[in-house]
Structures are given as structure tokens and as C-alpha cells.
Design a protein around this ligand. Sequence first.
Ligand SMILES: [Fe+2]
Ligand SMILES: [Fe+2]
Ligand SMILES: [Fe+2]
Length: 486
Amino acid sequence: MTKQSIETYRGYADLPPLVSLHTMREATTVGLSVSQSVERLKRIHWALKQLHKIFVARLTSMPVYEIKMAFSLHAYYCSEHVEDFASRVGEMRQPPHGLDVTPHAALDQMFEEIMAAPDKEALLLGLYEIAVPAVTRALEHLMSDTNRLFDHATYRICRLTLMEWRDVQEYGDEAVRCLVSAEQKTDLQPWLAELNAMLRAAGDLDGREPKSGEEVHRRFSTKPFKYDPVPQRDERFQDPYNMGVNAEAMLFDPEVEPLPKTLMLYFKRMREIDVPEMMASILTEAKDKPWKYYRDMTRQLWDEARHAMMGETGFVSVGIDWKKIPFNFTWSLGLNTKLSAKERHAVLYTIEQGLMPKKTGKEYEWEIAMATTTPLTCLIQDFDWADEVLHARIGREWIVPEIGTQVEAMKFGDEAWTKLLLDWEKWREDGLTEHRNWWPELYQDACRSWGMEPDLKLLAYNTSYESIRADLKEIAVESPFPHGTA
Ligand SMILES: [Fe+2]
Ligand SMILES: [Fe+2]
Ligand SMILES: [Fe+2]
């Protein structure tokens, strides 16, 4: 075949050859070997794993709500793609695949530096200006360097990953634009340059460049990273110890008409911010689990973040300023600081199993939503319930075998739960909160938006969590922590 005929080569009746993956010219000239492709896949796999770790470990102490939510999504994307890249390596090579082996020390230094970033500004810059673009570069190069026909599965996972990865980059760019000042950026330039030097020392993230051989220096990661289990929220979240309004007691009261209950449903959903804050601690402390464990748990973590944003959507739809409502963080704070990871997971499991019965569970909440006849509330509760089915399964798969039988796991979870004394009165004495009853104001605001007069009896609603916990068991001497959602 002459050179000319490669350029003009076509299929039957002028059909494009090679299913349009390549022109014949490209197909005959482009390509990496299997070992080159595997090496790059392993590096990307490693990078996604490290990024997953950072997004999760920095989520609890990340004060900005939107970034907490973004970290949940970005961690979830990483967890899915780690699996894809590992599988592709496994398709091409016999084990051992060496997927748990650091590809290059300088690469680890870069991720450890970002993990240890001293504040949110440095963290955002390290993530979204250095690490995330380095992954994008690696994906783009692998797609253009490997042969789309010979190494099609690699090409495909890079292409699909890149689609989501560009969203990660886009949101990251916005986060930097909104939260990092020009001055802060200038101050951090030397550190960012050091991170770039680390990448060069590793031959870039994917190892395709020659290793620079330059010396690199740690700035923030000279000591091992210590996870901060104390949840932080931004200044819009006021009065985090407030447990002055018992949402469940109203929801389960048949005397109360459905429409005002939407507000309690939105409240319960948005309060679910505390679940990612807590799950991040389990994930960060869980060592040497199969990747499927991290993937399943991160999926759930992201679902819980979605539920919080579903609640936020609900409030905005009725024109409610949710900043007036205290979303307490006492559940994630208590679990993260007083229980072991196994106990925390068991508590989560016990709560989620408790959401299955019809009387006080997800189905009942959905029925309330249906009775309100507001389509958005129905949709929120529809998916809140659906997600819970998956979460109960994730619990059955991972925490139950760690403890024994399902009954033993529930018992273990319940006992762990009772370890957390509700310091309702003490928080007030200590001046942490007044347990202000925020219901009347919220209800009045909503009534204005609905164009209706408040029902005076409902306006006077004043039931706190002092003596009734969220699953409606009377609080005993050793009171389990009130929290009805997970
Ligand atoms: Fe939920
Ligand atoms: Fe939940
Ligand atoms: Fe859940």
C-alpha cells in the first residue's frame, strides 16, 4: 500500500474505517505499549486514590458548606474512577499489580503537602490549581498517546473520567475564584511552585516526562497528618447546639395538617449535613479495606450530602432564609469525638435500619410528602427513601459482618448510641445554646410565602428534644442521642 492510499483509505461504500476511532494513518502510527499504558494507568489510579483521601479527610473540618458538598461529590467521583483504573490494569496484567505501591516518592510528597494544607485557601489552591489539573493532563495525554483501537478500554475510561473531571475542575476554579483573594494567592505562590517541583521530580503525575532530579522540600507535611474530627460550619450556621425544636414529634403528629410539615421535612434533610461529616471520620480511619468498601461508603456519603442540598432546595423554593434555622451539629460532633469508628458505623446502621418500619420511617415521611401535594417535597422524599434502601444494604454488607449477625450489629449500635448522653440541659447551662424555639418564625415566614394565615395552635408548637429523642422513645436516664435521620 502506498503512502497515498493510507491517507485516502476508506471502507465499503465509503464507510469510515475502524469505527471512526482513528484514521488509518493514526492507527498505524499512534500507540503506547501495554507496559507503558499500565504504568500510566497505575499512576492515575494512585493519584485518584490520594485525592479521594484528601477530599474525605478534609470534609469534616471544612467550614464552607458548599465546599463540603463539593468535596463529597469529588470524593465520590474519585472512588468510582479508582475502581475503573484498577480494573483496567487487572485486565492487562497478571497479579500482583502493585496498585498499592507508591509510583514515586515526590508524588506522595505533593499529596501529603496538600492534605496538610493549613487553611482552606491553601487546600483549594493545592487541589484545584495543582493536583486536579495534573490529573486532567495525565488523562488527556493518555488518550492522545495510546492507540484507541488497540488499547480501546483504556481510551474509553480516560474519556469517561475526563467528562466528570472537567466538572471537578470547573467547580474548583469557581471555588478558588470565590474564596481565595489575590493576596492569599500571591502569598502561597512559593508553596505552589514547590508542589509543581514535586510533580516535575516525579516526571509529571503520569511519569511521561523525564524526572527532573531536583530537590524538593516539604513545608506543611513535616509531621504526619492528623485528621480533625470536629465538624466546622461557616458563619451562616448559627447556634449549632440548638435542639429546641423536635421535628419528628411534629411530623408524626396526625393532628398537624400536612403542608406545614414540609418545613420539618426540609429541615430534616438539610440537617443531614452531619452525616457526611461523620462518615468522613469512618472512611478516614478505616485502613486496608477492599476498595469496594471505600467506594460504597463514599457513595453513601455523597448521597447524604445530596439529601442536605435537597433540603436546601426545599427551603429556597418557599423563599425561606435557612440561615435563621439552627442545624445542630451535635450528632456528628458526639459520634466523631466519643465513639470508635466501628461504633459510629454501627450507630449509623442502627438508625438506618430504624428508618425501614412504616410507622416512623422513610415510607411514612414519603406519605406525608404526598399528602402535602407539593411536587418538590414528593420528589425529595421519594429519592430520600430510595437512597435509604441502598444505604441499608451497604450497612448489611460492611458493618454487620464486622460485628456478627444483624441482631448483634443492631444491639452493638444501640449500646454505642446510649454512650452518648444528651447534654441538653448542660449545653444551656454552659451557655452553648438557649435551645431557642425557632419554629414560630419559620412557620410565619412560610405562611407569608404560601399566602395563608398561620394556624395559631401550630404557631404555638413548642416541643424540644429535651425529653423526646428523634425516634420518639422517651429519653431514659441514660439517654440515647436524638437523631432521626441518616
Ligand atoms: Fe436522607
Ligand atoms: Fe441520610
Ligand atoms: Fe442514609
